[in-house]
Design a protein around this ligand. Structure first.
Ligand code: AMP
Ligand code: GLY
Length: 415
């Protein structure tokens, strides 16, 4: 099969890696990175129309999209117009990630558990609301903000500043024209990704990512500094509740609104004392959750994704390993704040059988591999225990070097 993967991060490297296990697959990636280029032909195309033209010209059998921006901007609709097979939700369904107001309103209307919230399109009533309530709050820009749009306020002052930053200073641009202000939820976070073909939902193995930049969950939120699968706090009982009360209800709710959901439905959940509640929905694979999830997938990935496209997921058994997988992100010094790129990476060749290095922000130049982004590498291992997988990862990291490299030392610690 000829497959095109769109994106350039660790998530896309993991997808390409999994697809390449089937030697019949011929894989392209747009634009890819240094690691991906060892497994796929990388092409420098980023515009939706040009990607569709490429897929037509090369007779691509299946396209898989990583980043949400493409989905929210309608890449699936554009490909389908040309009769191409593409995995992911259409624009009218990707809005579940593209607009927090849409997602929250849908949940409220259909009784899907989530934090209480208010919506504002004017900063003055938003700030009056903050002054009136006496609970910890989270302020969220309505639109896409590269994973940075949710500001957990430690004080009223913080919340007022968040509204000012988002709505007046427009730190996330147009995404901040409106905000959701919701109650802060306490508990443990879990990422539940699922395959969905519009009717059938097949949850993937659960996972969790480590969002804060530094050990002990200190520092600013990042795209994710590490991940594990399965999530040790996600019991069978909780997973059944989530399947019926969140995943299934959401897909049915969308159907009620005349929207068919096909692709990955990713529920970011907080397991609170009152049960699981939705923090957010994403319309795509998570990063770095996908890295650990795909290490545990035993079924051919392309087969599942094609079954989703064809609306035939119920006939496609999806099997998972019982092992544990751990991923540690090596980031550029300074990330998620501004950082420098272009440093040479050494020590990548010492990979063992039970581990994989997924590249994120890397590029090749004159035979060397250089840093080219905030999150640079994902060091991943799978084993019978979290402890053993963690040991393999941290042993491998001892060999890897680039200037100003920083990473968390507490991923999968004490699990
Ligand atoms: P979101 O983009 O909505 O997923 O938010 C990003 C991160 O902010 C989440 O992964 C949580 O760590 C945190 N967060 C978001 N909403 C809440 C909430 N209501 N209560 C506590 N933490 C939250
Ligand atoms: N790791 C969080 C995300 O992919 O949105």
């Amino acid at each position: 099969m000829k497959i095109l993967v769109v994106g350039q991060g660790g998530r896309e490297h993991a997808i390409v890696w999994k697809l390449s296990a089937n030697k019949q697959n011929e894989i392209y990636c747009a634009p890819g990175n240094a690691g991906i280029s060892a497994l796929a032909k990388c092409i420098e195309i980023t515009k939706i129309e040009e990607l569709a033209n490429f897929a037509l010209k090369e007779s691509i059998d299946l396209t898989i999209v990583g980043p949400e921006v493409y989905l929210v901007n309608g890449i699936v609709d554009e490909f389908e117009k040309s009769g191409l097979t593409i995995f992911g939700p259409r624009k009218n369904a990707a809005i579940i990630e593209g607009s927090k107001i849409f997602a929250k309103t849908l949940m409220a209307k259909h009784g899907i558990p989530t934090a209480n919230f208010q919506v504002f399109d004017d900063p003055i009533p938003a700030q009056k609301y903050i002054l009136r309530v006496d609970r910890p709050l989270v302020v969220k820009a309505d639109g896409l903000a590269a994973g940075k749009g949710a500001i957990v306020a430690k004080s009223k002052q913080d919340a007022l500043k968040a509204v000012d930053d988002i709505m007046n200073k427009k730190i996330f641009g147009e995404a901040g024209n409106s905000v959701v202000i919701e109650d802060f939820l306490e508990g443990r976070e879990v990422s539940v990704l699922s395959f969905c073909d519009g009717k059938t939902i097949v949850p993937m193995v659960s996972s969790m990512d480590y969002k804060k930049a530094h050990d002990s969950d200190i520092g600013p939120n990042t795209g994710g500094m590490g991940s594990v699968a399965p999530c040790p706090y996600y019991s069978k009982e909780i997973s059944e509740y989530v399947y019926h009360e969140i995943l299934l209800k959401t897909v049915r709710a969308l159907e009620d609104e005349g929207i068919e959901y096909k692709g990955v439905l990713y529920a970011g959940l907080m397991i609170t004392r009152d049960g699981p509640k939705v923090l957010e929905f994403n319309c795509r694979f998570g990063d770095p959750e996908t890295q650990v999830i795909l290490m545990l997938l035993e079924t051919d990935l392309a087969e599942i994704l094609q079954a989703v496209f064809e609306g035939n997921l119920s006939a496609c058994p999806v099997k998972w390993s019982n092992e544990k997988a751990v991923c540690v992100v090596l980031a550029s010094g300074g990330y998620p704040d501004p950082y420098k790129i272009g440093f040479e990476i050494t020590g990548l060749e010492k990979t063992k059988d039970d581990m994989v290095i997924f590249h994120a922000g890397t590029k090749k130049a004159n035979g060397r591999i250089l840093t080219n982004g905030g999150r640079v590498l994902n060091i991943c291992a799978r084993s019978h225990s979290y402890k053993e997988a963690r040991n393999i990862v941290y042993d491998a990291i001892k060999n890897i070097y680039f200037e100003n490299m920083h990473y968390r030392k507490d991923i999968a610690l004490n699990l």
